[in-house]
Design a protein around this ligand. Sequence first.
Ligand code: ADP
Ligand code: MG
Length: 227
Amino acid sequence: HRQRIIAIEKDRMIGQLAATISHEIRNPLTSIRGFLQLLDQKELPLHDQKRYIELALSGVDQANTIINDYLNYAKPSNGLQEQLDIKEELEATLRFITPLATDHQVNIEIIHETDDPLFILGESKKLRQCLMNLVKNAIESMPDGGHIVLRTCKLPDGVQISITDTGVGMSQSQLDSLGMPFYTTKEQGTGLGLVVVMSIIKMMNGKISFSSVLNQGTQCSILFQQK
Ligand code: ADP
Ligand code: MG
């Protein structure tokens, strides 16, 4: 019975989220349309042309971010649980995100504390989406560049991934707000990245925790328990 209630709650939440997402994507689309109309005028000074193009492009980026952060996850899962080596999953995520890191003058170091593979059961796509969102946040927390350490290790009760940045950090009240839909402190943020992260980790029976010091940095740890 309890499971059923949870399932209904979850459906309702996803439904609500989907409605809000459509709205969130419509905003940048409306503004892109507006700027394209403005561009469609005779004898528009060149600097206005440039400005409208830039604004339209930033609308495209905004819509794209929402799709990356949320809609990838909204796709139904294929339900296939495979053996995943968290070391490989982290390496794959790193390869994918390196261009963004380089753009932001961020260098990323990866440390595997053991040579053994660290297997868990899950869906590679989902885990990578989750790691992507976390590393992206770490990069975005360092507007003047910085350093990220990605670490994997074996603990007595399971395997752990941690992501440590030297960024702006968070206050206690910010930490308490993490994972609330649409909670963001960024001008171009969606506040959806961590909603997705937390729901994936929950689905995989993992535990995620954050510790942070303002102006020094943040550490995020994910533990996958094993018996
Ligand atoms: P978004 O990145 O679009 O803002 P997220 O759900 O990914 O949405 O993150 C929500 C908020 O959590 C961010 O706006 C930021 O305030 C805070 N946050 C998340 N990760 C970090 C981090 N590594 N360092 C500092 N703040 C963070
Ligand atoms: Mg984010």
